[in-house]
Design a protein around this ligand. Structure first.
Ligand SMILES: Cc1cc2nc3c(=O)[nH]c(=O)nc-3n(C[C@H](O)[C@H](O)[C@H](O)COP(=O)(O)OP(=O)(O)OC[C@H]3O[C@@H](n4cnc5c(N)ncnc54)[C@H](O)[C@@H]3O)c2cc1C
Length: 442
């Protein structure tokens, strides 16, 4: 930091500061406003920290739980997101477009992460999968969501419920991102209540399934090559899943416009009008809505980790800003109220990380994730994420609503994560049912 040289008149005033007031006032006579400005700058310079501590959003060292190999993967994902995605994130978000240009490099990142492992929804194990989702969302919740729908929901459905032939046909090209996947459960009139009754129907006729109905929100659908469509089999009311390929007659995709969150993610309204799907494209091992719920527990756990990443990203941006934004002659990070906000954010982030880590460690030990654990983590992390992004936005003052400072993007995107993969309320009720033995929603 450059030192400010004070004129002799000001040095005299500085020496008088401890003297009686009359002496000080005498010394102040004849000093110009410019010199007073210099004096204030010099006082402010003394108040700035001599060494700015590094920004660390992993205060309790949860990453220390990773093996050296896992740590390398985490670092690779972090570098990729910082170098390749952060510079593009705002402009694609603002335009509401998907960055097709990143798909080849993203595919390489995923290939390097997976190494020689064939795809399976849990191939990386719950902890590393969670950390990977956290790292994606820490920089861009939209890219995390693109990945979550393709990898966890679409490929996950084929992995969990598909036949050997279906897995062989679809998973390898999807793993290489040569084909992009989508997933459609929610309907315009049935959101939280999908377990109680989808209205989209599937009727078996002469070797084909005929689908009719409508879907809403389906992630990636406008850019996807295939979509998993969930429908009610009219013969027995069981939920069935179908792989519907782009271009199938009767499968109509309309991009959803006007989103104020995750604008980079392409969502769609879908109409199914006598859409004929071969039996070979029906997922044979769903086993009713229980199967979907099992899959959603896995992906919900990932969302809790992603929420943690969103909060980390917002906290890091807020701390960096607080260290360099000067008001009243000093960095705002030196004010008690701002420090209180920063510490609250860090406490939230740390609580979210430790809860997610423990959830995933138990899942790794038990070989599966419990619905209640995933729902509790989503409920808690959703609340803390929202609080954290709001505190972070406020630290930026007016700049907090400008996209260029990024925190506005986290603030807006948090709203989507809060509501998708089961709303905050529905996940609360899942935990409520588990601890009381009574269902409050069906
Ligand atoms: C950005 C984004 C991406 C999405 N991507 C996909 C996707 O790829 N595929 C897909 O299928 N869906 C997707 N969804 C849909 C998402 O899963 C639904 O929005 C969610 O399940 C809630 O349904 P809903 O919006 O219809 O709300 P509703 O079910 O209409 O709920 C409205 C409100 O009522 C509350 N509520 C409802 N029932 C109860 C009850 N019994 N007790 C207490 N409160 C209740 C809810 O919690 C909520 O606050 C996406 C949503 C968003 C926002």
């Amino acid at each position: 930091m450059a030192l400010i040289t004070l004129p002799a008149s000001l040095t005299r005033v500085m020496q008088q500061v401890n003297a009686p007031f009359a002496d000080t006032f005498r010394a102040l006579r004849g000093i110009t406003p410019q010199e007073i400005g210099l004096l204030l700058k010099s006082i402010a310079a003394k108040r700035r920290p001599k060494r700015v501590p590094p920004i660390n959003s992993d205060f309790f060292d949860i990453l220390g739980e990773l093996s050296p190999e896992e740590r390398l993967i985490q670092q690779k994902i972090r570098s990729y997101m910082e170098e390749k995605i952060r510079p593009l994130a705002n402009s694609y978000w603002e335009r509401g477009e998907f960055p097709h240009e990143i798909v080849p490099s993203f595919a390489r990142l995923v290939a390097e992460t997976f190494g020689t492992r064939p795809y399976a929804i849990d191939a990386l194990g719950p902890v590393l999968t969670g950390v990977a989702c956290m790292e994606l969302a820490r920089v861009d919740p939209s890219i995390y969501t693109f990945f979550g729908v393709h990898w966890g929901l679409c490929m996950g459905s084929i992995d969990l419920f598909g036949s050997a032939e279906q897995k062989q046909r679809w998973l390898p090209p999807m793993q290489r991102f040569e084909l992009i996947g989508s997933w459609a459960l929610t309907e315009p009139d049935v959101g939280s209540a999908t377990a109680a009754g989808l209205t989209t129907t599937a009727r078996f006729e002469r070797g084909y399934w005929v689908l009719n109905g409508a879907k809403k929100w389906s992630g990636n659908a406008p850019i996807a090559d295939l979509n998993i469509i969930w429908a009610r089999d009219v013969s027995n009311n069981q939920v069935q899943g179908f792989i519907v390929e782009r271009g199938t007659p009767g499968y109509e995709v309309e991009r959803l416009e006007g989103k104020i969150a995750l604008r980079t993610v392409q969502n769609a309204n879908i109409r199914l009008v006598n859409c004929r799907v071969p039996e070979a494209n029906r997922l044979p091992n769903v086993g009713g809505f229980r199967g979907i719920a099992r899959q959603l527990a896995i992906t919900r756990a990932a969302v809790a980790w992603a929420m943690t990443g969103v909060a980390m990203g917002a906290y890091e941006k807020a701390l960096a800003y607080a260290q360099q934004r000067i008001q009243f002659g000093r960095p705002i990070g030196g004010f008690q109220l701002v420090q209180n906000s920063l510490v609250q954010m860090l406490a939230n982030v740390t609580a979210m990380q430790t809860m997610c880590l423990r959830m995933s460690q138990i899942a790794a030990r038990n070989g599966n994730i419990s619905h209640e654990h995933a729902s509790l983590a989503k409920v808690f992390c959703g609340e803390k994420m929202r609080e954290t992004v709001a505190l972070a936005r406020a630290v930026f003052g007016g700049n907090g609503i400008l996209l260029e400072h990024e925190v506005a993007r986290y603030f807006a995107d948090a709203e989507a994560l809060y509501s998708y993969e089961g709303t905050h309320e529905m996940n609360t009720l899942i935990v409520g049912r588990a601890i009381t033995g009574m269902s409050a929603f069906v």
